[in-house]
Ligand binder design. Structure first.
Ligand SMILES: [Zn+2]
Length: 108
């Protein structure tokens, strides 16, 4: 699980919780299931009449920069006490796959 990684917007320095696209998509589905059950009035009052889309995870929460311009979090990026919004940041390198192979000991 890597949901607790952080990334920082290069443009404004806002720190986000880095999530994968799959995780974000799942959250959108979950939110919309909840949202659909609300009355129209609540949908309007709480969420401006809009359900969630994957797009909200693709941008800086603060300045709207896309996830193309994020970098991994560094110590000191995050001032204390801020709310951290999730955003999709999977790094810009090829997907790393970790294999957990236990070394085979050759038995005689
Ligand atoms: Zn930003």
């Amino acid at each position: 699980m890597s949901e607790d990684r952080l990334c920082t917007c290069n443009k404004c320095g806002w720190v986000h919780m880095a999530v994968t696209r799959g995780y974000a998509a799942q959250k959108v589905i979950e939110f919309n299931q909840y949202y659909d059950k609300l009355s129209e009035e609540k949908q309007q009052n709480f969420y401006g009449g809009k359900g969630a889309t994957i797009g909200i995870y693709e941008r800086c929460f603060s300045c709207g920069q896309t996830d193309e311009d994020f970098r991994p979090f560094k110590e000191g990026d995050c001032p204390g006490g801020v709310t951290i919004q999730p955003t999709i940041y999977e790094g810009k390198k090829s997907k790393e796959e970790t294999t957990c192979e236990t070394p085979k000991s050759e038995s005689p």
